[in-house]
Design a binder for this molecule. Structure first.
Ligand code: NAP
Length: 501
């Protein structure tokens, strides 16, 4: 046990669902001296930052929520974004988390102090905070990405990144452009098309889109969920199992179950055929890479937008931005047409691998810099949560941590891991843990072996430009394991995979 005085037992960076889940678990383990530092001005992470029109979950809400905190009030099968923000607030209140939170605090760096047996956390406003345990819950999709298009600074109209939406912005009478065709654009484009004078959607890589079975949850069903929670649990089990099948057979076991993957692609192609009249447009909207290489999405409204006379799909590459529009290349790569616009919407997503992993400088034992170590070697984290040479450090958004099913599955697995780890520390009367290099290597070998069967390696992901792949071309985001065994592993891992002191 250490004697040095520390400010907190634990510092958690990030007040989204990950950070809140870690705080709930730490409190259950008897750790109550917690500071949750959040760079934004409120809690909720993704669901606080994103509030663009059309925002909704794309994993049904019965599944996209903590299993221990079902919400019978979801208005639809796929709840709108604002309900997720409300749910986050409810969690913070119910689990008494607000008193731990500080907003507008940007963490610049954290370093392990071996003599003090504690982390020293430095913030951008010059504070130094010490804590026995450090938890990073900074999200995967939290560093907005704006491509460096030549001339973008000269654009005379409005530029809006989807993560900095101007609520109430009126597109009426505007010639609008959306750059990007990821999950965000798929939700946003139909909304902008409704009001803009015209809309040009700039697509570099098409996305697989499957039909979305969505409907309002009738009041009697909501009442039933509230009165008999088992019914909502059953709905969750059914939905989760369907999603799990899609993930396991479509993505993780591509090599063994290729027809499952091809079936999903066929479903998306049939969906496109029923929604878009023009054959050439359909061709442009059809991905050339295998289903699952890039995160597929759900929508009944996206494809059909391209039937409208006032919506254009632009697939030529962007050469530069000028004050009044975007110049795209002609087929021979010379300057082509200029598309004149008033408002430019950047649905260009997030930078995962350059500025995240980790989101700020983290230095462990012996001066090991986590970002450098990951980049110069391989991205890795034991069970997607701890790293050798980084004592008392839990990294929630780490390589191989993301359960392809839902972010909540990821967090709940990590909560189980925390419970087992802290339970063992309590039993031993210790206040320091560190995963062994051997256990970490074994886990890395195992996920590497399993990934060999996934669509990422056994399929054709050429040209998918998927953020599942890092800058070395390795698919190091997803934990390649079905949900149940992965959850089981998180609560049964060998205790001597860690050293304790
Ligand atoms: P994204 O999937 O990374 O998409 C970014 C888009 O911008 C891509 O189409 C990309 O094209 C394009 N782009 C980037 N740089 C470009 C450039 N220089 N020139 C032309 N195009 C460029 O980001 P996102 O749509 O924000 O979605 C990110 C993730 O957030 C999703 O996969 C999903 O996990 C999550 N999400 C979830 C929900 C939900 O649950 N409701 C909603 C939205 C987002 P390339 O593909 O060619 O790179």
């Amino acid at each position: 046990m250490s004697e040095t005085t520390i400010d907190y037992e634990a510092v958690i960076v990030g007040a989204g669902f990950g950070g809140m889940g870690a705080a709930i678990e730490l409190k259950r383990q008897g750790v109550d001296s917690i500071a949750i530092l959040e760079r934004e001005d409120d809690l909720g992470g993704t669901w606080h930052v994103n509030h663009y029109p059309g925002l909704a979950v794309d994993i049904a809400s019965v599944t996209y929520s903590y299993s221990f905190e079902p919400n019978p009030a979801w208005s639809r099968l796929f709840a709108p974004g604002a309900e997720l923000k409300q749910y986050a607030e409810h969690i913070a209140d119910k689990y008494d988390l607000r008193r731990h939170m500080e907003f507008g605090v940007v963490v610049d760096e954290a370093a392990w102090d071996d003599a003090a047996n504690a982390w020293t956390v430095r913030t951008a406003d010059g504070r130094t905070i010490t804590a026995r345990f450090l938890v990073t819950a900074t999200g995967f999709l939290s560093q907005p990405y704006t491509p460096d298009f030549p001339g973008i600074d000269t654009f005379a109209g409005e530029i809006i990144h989807t993560t900095a939406w101007r609520d109430g912005y009126d597109f009426a009478g505007k010639r609008a452009a959306v750059i990007g065709t990821g999950a965000t654009a798929v939700q946003l484009v139909p909304e902008i098309a409704r009001t803009a004078r015209n809309l040009t959607v700039f697509q570099r890589t098409p996305i697989w889109v499957v039909p979305k079975v969505d409907f309002p949850i009738p009041a009697p069903v909501r009442r039933l969920f509230a009165a008999v929670p088992f019914t909502q649990k059953a709905a969750r089990a059914v939905n989760t199992s369907l999603l799990e099948m899609l993930m396991v057979f479509g993505v993780l076991h591509y090599r063994q179950a290729k027809p499952g993957n091809q079936l999903a692609a066929l479903l998306s192609k049939a969906h496109l055929r029923t929604q878009v009249r023009d054959a050439e447009t359909r061709k442009q909207l059809t991905p050339s890479y295998d289903f699952g290489c890039k995160r597929p999405t759900f929508s009944n409204r996206y494809f059909r937008v391209f039937n409208r006379p006032d919506v254009d799909l632009e697939t030529s590459s962007i050469v530069r931005v000028e004050p009044d529009g975007i110049v795209v290349s002609a087929d021979d790569e010379t300057d082509g047409r200029k598309i004149e616009i008033d408002t430019l919407v950047l649905a260009t997503g997030f930078n995962l691998w350059d500025v995240n992993f980790p989101a700020f400088t983290i230095t462990g034992r012996g001066g090991r810099d986590l970002g450098k170590w990951w980049r110069e070697g391989r991205f890795q984290a034991y069970e997607g949560i701890t790293v050798p040479a980084f004592p008392n450090f839990l990294t929630l958004n780490s390589p191989y941590s993301y359960s392809g099913l839902s972010y909540f599955t990821t967090i709940e697995g990590q909560m189980r891991h925390i419970a087992r780890l802290f339970g063992e520390m309590r039993r031993r009367g210790s206040d320091r843990f560190e995963v062994t290099a051997e256990a970490n290597e074994k886990f890395l070998d195992e996920v590497t072996r399993r990934l060999g069967d996934s669509v990422f390696y056994a399929g054709d992901c050429t040209g998918s430009r998927s953020y599942y792949f890092n800058q070395h071309g390795e698919a190091t985001l997803l934990r390649p394991q079905a949900t149940l065994p992965s959850l089981r592993e998180m609560e049964t891992f060998p205790l001597d995979d860690y050293t304790y002191a």
